[in-house]
Design a protein around this ligand. Structure first.
Ligand SMILES: [Zn+2]
Length: 285
């Protein structure tokens, strides 16, 4: 999906914002090409403009479908002016609530919700592609959701949790890689394939929060040991504090929020210059 926005041309009114979102999404780490969003073929040609928005249209010579340059970006089919979007991004990156962003930018509450997730989905598409490799410190984060099983009595339900695991890995080059690992508890007989796949390019690993996964990791990576480095510990604490703003985020959006926080870390770590972030932004390292 993230390939698609490479379609945007410099004449598009959202181009500046789109460029900035790509910087924030560490576009330099990814292989971005102009591809057909339907069949991924490179053989696409310009195909007129959309009269209402003056957007460039393209046509794929392989599957013959047509699509506009904003396809796959948060601005797809938007009728709002880029200055409103920019204003929204300013508010959003101050961690303001969906309601507050809606009031401050004078858009509907529903639009504010949709925009937040369009933006976060877009960033998530890039950042979730980052894989841990070489020397890595990894921490497993547990997200507890209460059981939806209504056959339980209220008393039971309050103590029934599903544990969903996410791995947070920090690599030598200062990239944070975040991946869902599925539902725990794990055992040595029940190691998720996502974890097996995740650690295959790692030489040395320090891992905290799951003895079962560590036991497995030791079989694959001779240099695997328990613990995580202090950086990752601090990152995790800061992220926990930040998450207090968004208490009760649903599991389905959890990954988006983890990557949102990662984007804040990238802004300070790699000194990313963005129009909607002022330089006095708190450091999240
Ligand atoms: Zn195609």
């Amino acid at each position: 999906m993230y390939h698609l926005s490479a379609l945007m041309t410099k004449n598009c009114r959202y181009f500046q914002l789109y460029k900035q979102l790509n910087i924030l999404s560490l576009e330099n780490l990814h292989n971005i090409e102009k591809l057909c969003p339907y069949c991924k073929n490179k053989n696409i040609v310009r195909h007129g403009k959309v009269t209402s928005s003056n957007s460039q249209r393209f046509r794929c010579k392989n599957c013959l479908k047509t699509f506009t340059e904003t396809f796959g970006s948060p601005f797809y089919r938007s009728r709002k002016h880029p200055t409103i979007w920019q204003d929204y991004l300013v508010n959003m990156w101050q961690d303001l609530s969906i309601s507050r962003c809606s009031i401050n930018t004078n858009i509907a509450h529903k639009t504010s919700f949709l925009w937040r997730h369009k933006i976060l989905n877009y960033i998530n598409n890039f950042l979730s592609l980052i894989r841990p490799h070489e020397n890595v410190s990894m921490l497993l984060k547990v997200y507890k959701t209460t059981s939806k099983d209504m056959s339980l009595t209220d008393n039971d339900r309050s103590t029934q949790y599903d544990n969903h695991y996410f791995s947070l890995a920090f690599t030598k080059k200062k990239y944070i890689s975040i991946h869902p690992l599925g539902k725990g508890p794990f055992s040595i007989h029940k190691i998720p394939d996502s974890f097996k796949d995740l650690i295959k390019n790692i030489y040395s690993l320090s891992l905290s929060n799951s003895n079962q996964l560590l036991q497995y990791a030791k079989k694959v990576i001779p240099k695997a040991k328990a613990g995580c480095d202090s950086f990752l510990g601090i990152y995790n604490v800061n992220m926990g504090l930040w998450f207090l703003h968004f208490f009760g985020v649903s599991l389905k959006y959890y990954s988006n929020y983890l990557h949102w926080f990662a984007s804040k870390y990238y802004i300070s770590t790699f000194s990313l210059k963005l129009d909607w972030i002022n330089d006095e932004e708190v450091s999240y390292q």
